[in-house]
Design a protein around this ligand. Structure first.
Ligand code: SAH
Length: 237
């Protein structure tokens, strides 16, 4: 937690912050080992970042005085990430990593090689997803939550969502064995599609290319989804 992410409800009218939830309190007590007088980095969800002075810390509450709150969050990456739904634990880690890296739009997609049972996982509950996004923001010092959309059918995605998404973005499908290497250092608005643990099937890649996406590879090593996404985002942007 390199930034204490504040819900607008944590702020009092007179420029103070009061935190009472166990997760942030435990972190302040046991990881930061904070003490009154410490100046900590804070940010308001969806808003600015700044510094707050810790006035009081007990097992029940942390009470801060806001010193500044005028720094903008870091710029987002110009990417909409379409991720074939990975297994629940991988999903949790991947959401956290991509949020830290600055992705603001995420679509979780069903493809042929996604296990149907993954769609029933508790990790897909709105509160669970929110929790991973918050951890990613706190890690990276950011305040802008990504939006996460679930797309439970490949064909409806292809027919109803993809054309709109590609109207303003360059579509890139990460798929081992494609002739072209992943571009480097681009700044164009991009739609990045990453396959499931078993990869996209040939038909899916074909359909994505017919819709206007370009295929690309990251070299001969097959990476886990969470590693591939991190490598792709850092190389692309
Ligand atoms: N077993 C699959 C790979 C799955 S890896 C196969 O052999 O095709 C999971 C996803 O990560 C892939 O669908 C792809 O989107 C991405 N990925 C992993 N390694 C990659 C590489 N070397 N090049 C391009 N994409 C890669």
């Amino acid at each position: 937690m390199n930034l204490i992410l504040l819900d607008p409800n944590d702020l009092t009218d007179d420029g103070h912050v009061c935190i009472t939830d166990p997760r942030r309190l435990t972190h302040l007590l046991n990881v930061h080992r904070s003490a009154p007088g410490d100046l900590l980095t804070v940010g308001v969800q969806g808003g600015s970042m700044g510094k707050a002075m810790l006035k009081e810390l007990t097992a029940e509450r942390a009470y801060f005085q806001l010193e500044t709150l005028n720094e903008p969050p870091p710029p987002p990456l110009p990417v909409h990430l379409v991720l074939a739904l990975p297994r629940p634990r991988m999903l949790a880690r991947t959401l956290e990593h991509v949020t830290s890296l600055g992705v603001k739009e995420i679509t979780l997609l069903h493809t042929k090689r996604v296990e149907k049972s993954y769609w029933q996982s508790p990790e897909l509950r709105t509160d669970k997803i929110h929790q991973h996004l918050v951890l990613g923001l706190e890690q990276a010092r950011d305040t802008q939550l990504p939006s996460v959309t679930l797309s439970k059918g490949f064909r409806p995605f292809l027919e109803q969502q993809l054309p709109g998404l590609l109207s303003k973005r360059r579509g890139l499908v990460a798929h081992p064995g494609m002739p072209n290497a992943c571009p480097r250092g681009i700044s164009d608005p991009t739609l990045l599609l990453v396959g499931p643990e078993g990869g996209f099937i040939a038909w899916e890649v074909e359909q994505l290319m017919l819709a206007g996406c370009e295929g690309m590879h990251l070299g001969p090593r097959i990476l886990r989804v969470e590693t591939a996404v991190t490598a792709l985002l850092s190389r692309l942007f």
